[in-house]
Each structure stands twice: as C-alpha cells, then as structure tokens.
Design a binder for this molecule. Sequence first.
Ligand SMILES: Cc1cc2nc3c(=O)[nH]c(=O)nc-3n(C[C@H](O)[C@H](O)[C@H](O)COP(=O)(O)OP(=O)(O)OC[C@H]3O[C@@H](n4cnc5c(N)ncnc54)[C@H](O)[C@@H]3O)c2cc1C
Length: 99
Amino acid sequence: MTTYLSKITPAIRELLILRTWAGYYAKTPDNNPAIRRINEIDEYYIAAGFSGHGFMMAPAVAEMLSDLITKEKSKLPIEWYDPYRFERGELRVKALQMG
Ligand SMILES: Cc1cc2nc3c(=O)[nH]c(=O)nc-3n(C[C@H](O)[C@H](O)[C@H](O)COP(=O)(O)OP(=O)(O)OC[C@H]3O[C@@H](n4cnc5c(N)ncnc54)[C@H](O)[C@@H]3O)c2cc1C
C-alpha cells in the first residue's frame, strides 16, 4: 500500500507517522442522521448518527438547525432526517455512505 501510494504521491516516502487515532462511526439503521426538534422534551433538538459523514454534512446541518430554531422551518429537506422514521419503519435509501 505504501509503495503504491508513494508512486502517486512521492512525498509520502518522507512521511514520519508518530501516532494515529481511531474512532467509532455513530451509525443509524439507514446510515442517515437523525435531525429534528424532539417531541418529548421542550426546546430540545437532536443532530446525531451521522454514520461516518458528519464533517461533510456539518455546514448544511448547521443551517438546518439554525433555521429550525429561529424560524421553525428550513428550506433544506430536513424531513428526510426525521428521527421518528425509525419507529415508523421508514428507512431511507442510502443517500450517503462512506467507508
Ligand atoms: C474514523 C472516522 C473517520 C471519519 N471520517 C469522516 C470523513 O472523512 N468525513 C466526514 O464527513 N465524516 C467523517 N467521520 C464522521 C464524523 O467524525 C462525525 O460524523 C462527526 O464528528 C460527528 O460530529 P458530532 O458533533 O455529531 O459528534 P461527535 O464529534 O462524536 O461529538 C460528540 C461529543 O459529545 C461528547 N459526549 C458524548 N456523551 C456525552 C455526555 N454524556 N456528556 C457530555 N458530552 C458527551 C463526546 O465526548 C464528543 O465530544 C468520521 C468518523 C470516524 C470515527
């Protein structure tokens, strides 16, 4: 692997790796996050379960949440991420899957 990588990116030959980190993906049953205001608790919003693509979704999610909190709606398709879809058995088609 290193040999192949160093062919396409020669600078990798000089790379000294001191340490690495590992982490768990917070997965949902359909690999899409849960984003919404929660019914059971007043003024409580959830944005979790990004299933390995939370960084790239973060700008749009931030816009969705700020719209929800300040305007109670969003021009972005937030209903797609409704956390109550799991208990309704409505799993989404995998919109995004990395890794
Ligand atoms: C190995 C790996 C590679 C990834 N690569 C990518 C990638 O290439 N591109 C991409 O878009 N996404 C990637 N992701 C996913 C991305 O890291 C996550 O989707 C994103 O970090 C989720 O952000 P978050 O703020 O929702 O949750 P987190 O970043 O998990 O933050 C949650 C925070 O809450 C804290 N916490 C938990 N419980 C409590 C508690 N009871 N009280 C107080 N604090 C608590 C935790 O300590 C943590 O700091 C990767 C994830 C992993 C693990």
